[in-house]
Design a binder for this molecule. Structure first.
Ligand code: FE2
Ligand code: FE2
Length: 294
């Protein structure tokens, strides 16, 4: 073998080796590729599964949200129903309370043969004066409801005295005067603000601004504003109505007395407010006029 042959032989051997190596490398690469591809498939498969699970979870969450929403709406409806029921009950209680208080007042007055309209007019006059005095709407409304009870104590005064024609003798008058304290005693134990106000009205509606009234002979602003207002409303209405012991006075005579009693029997400020609001007061008198059928 010459040199050239040797060279060719070693070149062939080298190439053969190299091709084998190359083949081995390619096989390895193919194996590696298919392993990686299987892994990739597995991963893709797994992430598909996860994605499906996520979607399912999402749908489930949406269903739960919808259920919660429905429940919330239902609950809101129930709460609203409950609230409107409570409101309805409150209105009912308030209306009943007003009616009971008004009826009690009318009972007191009917004992002395006064009309139901007397207490209605006194109620309205009291509210007009209360608002003019600066009381807020709620308190003025409460006084309107409480003032009809000013004479509730008369339920405990005998008919023979209450309905006596003509003037009382001194003993009868002393007996009659008890109605203020009796009314107060009947009402003062209540914790309701309306009945407390009514107790004050019953107690103090015969007190006089300059003193000399009953039952305690208190004066000026020591007399509660409820008492001072109801006093004017009650006297104005009583003087303008026929009673068993007198005929109704005409307006001029009443206004003259009110001017004379300004600062004596009555709170001077309230008398001024009475005249300033006379139109509204006379409107009430027209609206609740006594109608006698016989
Ligand atoms: Fe009275
Ligand atoms: Fe009265």
């Amino acid at each position: 073998m010459d040199n050239d042959d040797k060279l060719i032989a070693s070149l062939e051997a080298f190439l053969t080796n190299d091709v084998e190596t190359l083949k081995g490398n390619i096989e390895k690469l193919i194996k590696d590729y298919s392993r990686k591809s299987r892994r990739l498939d597995k991963i893709i498969h797994q992430s598909d599964k996860q994605q499906r699970e996520l979607l399912e979870l999402n749908e489930e969450l949406e269903r739960t949200y919808a259920e919660l929403d429905e429940y919330k709406n239902h609950l809101e409806e129930k709460v609203e129903e409950g609230i409107s029921e409570i409101k309805g009950l409150n209105v009912e209680i308030e209306e009943t309370q007003k009616e009971v208080v008004f009826t009690m007042g009318a009972i007191g007055e009917s004992r002395s043969k006064e009309t139901g309209n007397h207490v209605k007019r006194v109620a309205e006059y009291s509210k007009i004066l209360a608002l003019a005095y600066g009381m807020d709407e709620d308190e003025a409304e409460m006084l309107k409801q409480a003032s009809p009870m000013h004479d509730i104590g008369k339920v405990a005064i005998p008919d023979a005295i209450l309905n006596k024609p003509g003037r009382f003798n001194e003993e009868e008058f002393e007996h009659m005067k008890l109605h203020a304290e009796l009314g107060y005693e009947m009402l003062r134990h209540s914790s309701r603000s309306l009945l407390k106000a009514a107790a004050t009205v019953a107690y103090e509606h015969h007190e006089k601004w300059a003193g000399g009234g009953y039952p305690r002979n208190i004066q000026g602003k020591d007399i509660h504003i409820y008492g001072r207002i109801t006093a004017i409303a009650d006297v104005f209405d009583a003087l303008g109505s026929d009673r068993c012991y007198k005929n109704a006075w005409d307006d001029e005579k009443i206004f003259k007395l009110f001017k004379e009693e300004r600062g004596k029997q009555f709170d001077p400020q309230l008398i001024d407010l009475f005249f300033e609001n006379l139109d509204a007061i006379l409107d009430v008198r027209d609206r609740y006029r006594d109608i006698f059928t016989d």
